[in-house]
Design a binder for this molecule. Structure first.
Ligand code: AGP
Length: 608
């Protein structure tokens, strides 16, 4: 969703802002803009559409400055227009904003009475006018910001510059991530480390309620009580290579192929030291031993990871486990059992619904919380008692791939740790699970080798308008994930069902035009799945089956089969994710859609 970058330097910051905005494009946006302080003037360029169009406009106007802020906007309040794009300006104060100001209408009314006029429909413009209002009262830029944020209800990350104070930039954070990048004689602000990684790796993550002031050579951070504080400096491990496409056509393709490495990194500590509670934090052992059940909360693909984990946790750890879509949980009168561990799953760590569900769970009395997340220092892990960071590396494609399989790897480790602590797993079983994990990256690599065969299938999916995905047990969530991937990037309508449910309704959809993808590994449900497949064939439906090397399956008319490597036992859902990802990717490719930035979607969903 929206992205922020700002820079103060002894060189032209315009290329820094543009490059930063390009690196934020993956988050999803519909307009972009920059504002720079050029001498004693604020100059601004905004465009709907791509950053490249805004860059061209800035080039034509000859922008060159030592201080400026930039923004990519994903419309919430007000349509996709240039007037609604950021930065917003009030009498020489320019600012960019991520988040939503809930009391903007009330502030708008108040500011109107004070004589301010509004050019946009955004909630953000009230912040610009409030800043000016407090500057007019004699406050300097930092004090004006500190007064302003106290008037705001809602979520914000803000970066502000003013023509009256060309030697500094100020910023603030509440509910939306914001970090400061420390350079040599130059400093930066960004909502996401990828926006400034070309300039510096040293970062300070602002805490909730913080404000900060940056000059070229200094950074001062203040807490919510406006007291000067020291915040830790981190060395970011995001690499430039992870943000570049390399030899791949799309980030999604690159990220699908990075999965053996991403999974190997995520399970590294367990492979080296066994299933240890410390993977989830220093005091994890006491917490995990004490819990009597698990409640998982997540959205989208992360929710499907949670659904898979439910099968594992109940079967292996012997604990009751519920999984719920975060946006549903947060608004219902849920029954809370404080002895149940709340597990949130979020690749971005920023998803508003998941964050709010976590807060709601705490308000209901849940004391123990654990977050599985791919982005260090993001909001959800920061609000959780225990954390396990997946080590997928930056995921740029909007459609989640390596983040999903690494979430599964993390959840499997959690399952075994819970099982051990609750005395449900023998040493022999534990050794077996470790062995299966050891094989996992190699088996994922084998599944990736199926790409040419799957690309041929994709040609047949490309002209279709609907598809059905079936799976049973542990593989039902993978069918859901396959259908979601296909929908997201190829825009083909796809549904997933537990195969046993077919005859209770969806069978009516099946005809010769409806491709039916079946995830049918060689497990104890295979014979049941085969019967369900017969139901499809008898109605003329065409079957595309993903099974294992060692399952007894043969191709026949209307039944196409691709075999993944040997059956991967309990980790089979991870292996069977790869073919459905590749099928979606190649179908989208054949349809010519924007694979990495599908229409209407954003990478981090920070709105309701
Ligand atoms: C996945 O392909 C989607 N883009 C989407 O469903 C995503 O998983 C969901 O929005 C949750 O995001 P999170 O993992 O960052 O919380």
């Amino acid at each position: 969703m929206c992205g922020i970058v700002g820079a103060i330097a002894d060189r032209d910051v315009v290329p820094v802002l543009i490059e930063g905005l390009k690196r934020l494009e993956y988050r999803g946006y519909d307009s972009a803009g920059i504002a720079v302080i050029d001498g004693r003037d604020v100059r601004r360029v905004r465009r709907t559409g791509r950053v490249a169009e805004m860059e061209a406009a800035a080039g034509q106007e000859g922008f060159n400055a030592r201080l400026g802020v930039g923004h990519t906007r994903w419309a919430t309040h007000g349509g996709v227009t240039e007037a609604n794009a950021h930065p917003h300006i009030s009498h020489g104060v320019a600012l960019v904003h991520n988040g939503i100001i809930e009391n903007h209408e009330e502030q708008r009314e108040r500011l109107r009475q004070l004589g301010y006029e509004f050019e946009s429909q955004t909630d953000t413009e009230v912040i610009a006018h409030l800043m000016h209002h407090y500057l007019k009262q004699g406050n300097d830029l930092l004090a004006a910001l500190q007064r302003t944020v106290k008037e705001l209800t809602g979520a914000y990350a803000l970066a502000v510059v003013s023509r009256a104070e060309p030697e500094r930039m100020v910023c603030a954070r509440m509910g939306c991530p914001l970090l400061i990048g420390l350079g040599e004689g130059e400093n930066f602000v960004a909502s996401d480390v990828s926006a400034i990684i070309q300039a510096t790796r040293q970062v300070i993550f602002l805490e909730e309620g913080d404000t900060a002031e940056l000059t070229r050579t200094s950074v001062r951070v203040f807490d919510g009580d406006d007291q000067l504080v020291q915040r830790e400096v981190h060395l970011s491990d995001v690499s430039l290579a992870s943000l570049e496409l390399g030899p791949y056509r799309h980030f999604m393709q690159k990220e699908i192929h990075e999965q053996p490495r991403a999974i190997a990194d995520t399970i590294e500590a367990t492979i080296d030291g066994g299933f240890l509670p410390t993977l989830f934090g220093a005091n994890a052992e006491a917490v995990l031993k004490d819990v009597e059940g698990v409640q998982i909360l997540a959205c989208g693909t992360s929710y499907y990871a949670g659904m898979t984990a439910r099968y594992w946790i109940e079967a292996i750890a012997g604990l009751p486990c519920s999984v719920e879509i975060a946006s549903e949980y947060r608004y219902r009168a849920a029954y809370a059992n404080p002895k149940h561990l709340i597990v949130t799953i979020s690749q971005s760590g920023e998803t508003l619904d998941t964050m709010e569900a976590l807060k709601y769970a705490k308000s209901l009395g849940h004391q123990h919380t654990l977050s599985i997340c791919n982005v260090p220092e993001s909001a959800i892990p920061r609000a959780s008692e225990l954390v396990c960071y997946t080590r997928a590396g930056a995921e740029i494609g909007v459609a989640s791939t390596k983040a999903f399989t690494t979430q599964l790897a993390a959840l499997f480790q959690l399952t075994v740790v819970l099982g051990k602590l609750h005395g449900r797993i023998s040493e022999e079983e534990e050794a077996g699970y470790l062995e299966e994990l050891r094989f996992l990256p190699g088996s994922v690599q084998h599944a990736l080798n199926l790409e040419p065969q799957i690309a041929l299938w994709a040609e047949r999916f490309a002209p279709k308008s609907d598809a059905l995905f079936l799976g049973r047990g542990l593989h039902y969530p993978i069918a859901l994930e396959g259908a979601l991937k296909l929908k997201e990037i190829s825009y083909i309508h796809a549904e997933a069902y537990p195969a046993g449910e077919l005859k209770h309704g969806p069978l009516a959809l099946v005809d010769a035009d409806m491709p039916v993808v079946v995830i049918a590994p060689n497990d104890k449900l295979l014979e049941k799945v085969k019967s369900n497949m017969q139901e499809v064939r008898a109605r003329g439906g065409e079957l595309f089956v993903f099974t294992d090397q060692d399952s007894n399956f043969s191709e026949s008319e209307g039944v196409h089969v691709i075999r993944t490597p040997r059956h991967a036992g309990v980790l089979s859902p991870i292996i069977h994710t790869i073919p459905v990802q590749l099928l979606a990717y190649h179908t989208a490719l054949a349809r010519g859609t924007d694979v990495d930035k599908p229409r209407n979607l954003a990478k981090s969903v920070t709105v309701e």
